[in-house]
Design a protein around this ligand. Sequence first.
Ligand code: ASP
Ligand code: ASP
Length: 357
Amino acid sequence: MKDFLDTSDLTPQLVTDLLDRAERFLPLTTIADQLGAPLRGKHLVTLFSEASTRTRTSFELAAKRLGMKVVNIVVGMSSLAKGETLRDTILTLDAMMPDVVVVRHAVAGVPHFMARFSKAHFINAGDGEHEHPTQALLDAFTLRRHFGRLEGLEVAILGDICHSRVARSNVRLLAMMGAHVRLGGPRTLRAPGIEHFANGWSGTVQVSASLREALTNADAVMVLRIQQERLDGAFFPSLGEYFAHFGLTSERLAWAKPNALVLHPGPINREVEIASEVADGAQSVIQKQVTHGVAVRMALLEWLVHQEATPREPALRQTHGQSESGHQNAPGGGTRAATTPTYAVSVTERGQPAHGL
Ligand code: ASP
Ligand code: ASP
């Protein structure tokens, strides 16, 4: 595999292998001494066009613990802001021969688009509302470490499903691994068609009629951040109202199994989607998720770079001005990829994503 862009790039066997590898990288503090620096001499570039502290830092620490050198590019400070096309940016970067490029972009499909023009391994660190596949891997790692398995687990995912790439990646990966997912939250924040992500896998995905139904007997509860930066309509009256009806409080958590795990991808909005007493409570593994993220990213980086059997040729190099055939827009012309496994990116003549950076 040249790139890791979507959870649909994975198979149950590959997930198991990657999670097993990630076990080797814990505890983080002593691992570098034990392993040496397996990726010494390799270079990782992070290219982020959206605010992020934890994911970028997590990749950087993972890469450095493996001995890689890291260069961080913030898109607002790069030539993209001077009008350069995405394609030209990636061709320029590629000419400097990085080994791995980690991309986060506000538009779904941009990491996929860029990967096609580069020999580097690309990793999707979050594209619009589409996917955040390393988050799903680290969540699976956290669940598997606690329960010893993923198969048969009952996992409630609560909140802003509609705008959440974390939800989409987790639903796919958990269903692939045989878990049963129930989605809860306001009707206005549902993602139509998401239950079909389970088709062909042993797990199931169900949209629950109420928060209580989603939580009842759950082994684990994943709470999603209200994506305020993506709420372009009136999805609920106010944040206070949201908390009153859908926030995860201790009383509501009691509907789940005793000692059900509480996960959140971060950053958390206290007293919006989750009460502080739950976020900081004994059932919360939110900080562990962050630690696990580094181990999982170490495993992924080492695996991607070391499977040299895969020829690292870009799938396609287009001549300038050629149109982007093969890309599909999401239904309705937006960037949502809720119902379709293809990613959505529309590229104008100049190669700029139509929805802006
Ligand atoms: N959405 C951000 C990320 O995943 C959260 C953060 O910056 O902490 O990196
Ligand atoms: N950090 C996650 C993301 O970037 C979740 C969030 O931001 O709500 O998607």
